[in-house]
Design a protein around this ligand. Structure first.
Ligand SMILES: Cc1ncc(COP(=O)(O)O)c(C=O)c1O
Length: 374
């Protein structure tokens, strides 16, 4: 067998949610609450524009490798100039390209655990070393990070709001860190920006050591199209462009994302609905005594007695949620994507049929403090 390079041989891969043909074939029956996708389709304007393009083409030509139209719309949407924006085949692709552009053997990347795990894979495949730091309150963010900084620290990876805990670092704190450490690149992953509206985007204009990644997969409901982007100073963008594969943001993804940006009220209505159903579901769960951790994004965490049993049971009912219970800080926890109200009512109906002994955590345990503890 021909072996992969040592950095890849050593890697433990990222573990995906459920994305397979069987689920896709059954998508009308399945309630997919495991990957923080939207539970409704994209704006009808997206469908109409894509259908029209399929008829008129050209499909036989490569896409616009600069995503000119999309970057123009993104500049309007974000308030960040076009030359600070690069598009990608999903924000994961942006993260991968950032790692490949800037990380080399022995470089250190600080990250706040627990967090979204994909960047680790990209960084480690470049032979970089991931340095975990425990999540800390906003006020002690810099202090905690500081303890992990060495002469080899090249990057800090911050998911804001964090997946899965929802922890958020303020823009002022991010800016203070940028100023204090001008030689370190800060990656701020804002995949869930639309749900919480905290953004460091203005810092991508004023500082040259920050890169912000965003996604069309969540609030815009375009996960299947694959489209994401980053915002950064042109001096960083120029370097990334050397290896960025412009063709991989396919034509349909570009026009779908443009159409989604032309119908922001559709996205905003969905975000409002998610917030309403989040409140409703949390209320139901709390009434049953189930410890819940809310987040400013489209997911929550619950703590249960038998996470594996519950996951399997829900799967047998065509409802997919995400097991986070193996993460040391998240013992007993399941992450649930929050979607539209109908989806959440369906979830709740089945959830109530779970055997009570699988749910209950001991009375008087630290679960009462779940909000504070993670
Ligand atoms: C924090 C975070 N970043 C990035 C991604 C990937 O997004 P995309 O679909 O744009 O690659 C996810 C998906 O779950 C995520 O949670």
């Amino acid at each position: 067998m021909i072996k992969a390079k040592p950095s890849v041989r050593r890697l433990s891969p990222y573990i995906n949610g459920h994305h397979n043909q069987e689920l896709i074939n059954n998508h009308r029956k399945v309630l997919k609450l495991d990957s923080n996708e939207s539970t409704i389709g994209p704006s009808p304007r997206v469908i109409g524009t894509v259908m029209q393009y399929l008829q008129e083409g050209p499909l036989n030509w490569y896409p616009d490798i600069d995503s000119t139209a999309l970057r123009l719309k993104l500049a309007q949407y974000t308030g960040v100039p076009k030359n600070h924006i690069l598009t990608f085949n999903g924000s994961d692709h942006a993260l991968e390209t950032i790692a490949r552009t800037f990380l080399d053997a022995g470089d250190e990347v600080i990250y706040f655990q627990p967090t979204y795990d994909h960047f680790r894979v990209y960084a480690q495949s470049c032979n970089a070393h991931m340095v975990p730091v425990n999540e800390a309150p906003d006020a002690s963010f810099i202090e905690c990070m500081q303890q992990a900084i060495t002469s080899r620290t090249k990057m800090v990876y911050l998911v804001n709001p964090n997946n899965p805990t929802g922890h958020t670092v303020s823009v002022d704190t991010v800016e203070a860190a940028l100023i204090k450490y001008p030689e370190i690149i800060f990656i701020v992953d804002e995949a869930y920006y639309e749900f919480c509206e905290v953004t460091a985007s203005s810092l991508a204009v004023t500082h040259d050591n920050i890169m912000i990644t965003r996604s069309f997969s969540k609030a815009f409901g375009l996960a299947g199209f694959r489209c994401g982007y980053l915002m950064a100073h042109p001096s960083l963008c120029q370097q990334i462009k050397k290896i960025r594969v412009g063709k991989s943001i396919n034509t349909l993804a570009q026009i779908a994302a443009c159409a989604a940006l032309d119908d922001l009220s559709y996205m905003r209505r969905y975000v409002d609905e998610v917030n309403t159903s989040k409140k409703w579901l949390i209320n139901q769960l709390k009434k049953q005594g189930i410890p819940v951790k809310s987040t400013p994004a489209n997911y929550i965490l619950i703590r249960v007695q038998n996470p594996a049993g519950i996951l399997n049971y829900l799967e047998s009912q065509n409802i997919h949620t995400r097991d986070r219970s193996k993460i040391p800080e998240l013992k007993g926890m399941i992450r649930i994507t929050i979607g539209d109200q109908l989806a959440m009512k369906r979830f709740w109906k089945k959830f109530q049929t779970i055997p009570k002994e699988w749910l209950s955590t001991e009375a008087g345990s630290d679960d009462k403090n779940i909000e504070k503890k993670i």
